[in-house]
Design a protein around this ligand. Sequence first.
Ligand SMILES: [Zn+2]
Length: 95
Amino acid sequence: MRVEYKQKCVRCKKNFVIVTRNTPYPTCHECQKGQMEKEITDPEMKKFFDIPEKFYTENQFLRNIKISYARYGQLTEKQRSAFEKTVIKMKEAKE
Ligand SMILES: [Zn+2]
């Protein structure tokens, strides 16, 4: 089972972020939003990142992947599959 807990955002020190043990720098959605707002031109990647906005708000891992893509223009296979797995898990949890 994944252990999740709340920690204060390291950047604004105001908002709480839901993190897992593997999150070294918890940063809230508000602080990361700007970095995520780069337009994606690749139709395949556009579809890949087309998940409910709420998922990005709730999950820093998904935000980090999107930011990583915005910065480097590509993702590794590992990042892609981890992203997809997380989305599936979140969808299941909502049902
Ligand atoms: Zn913040």
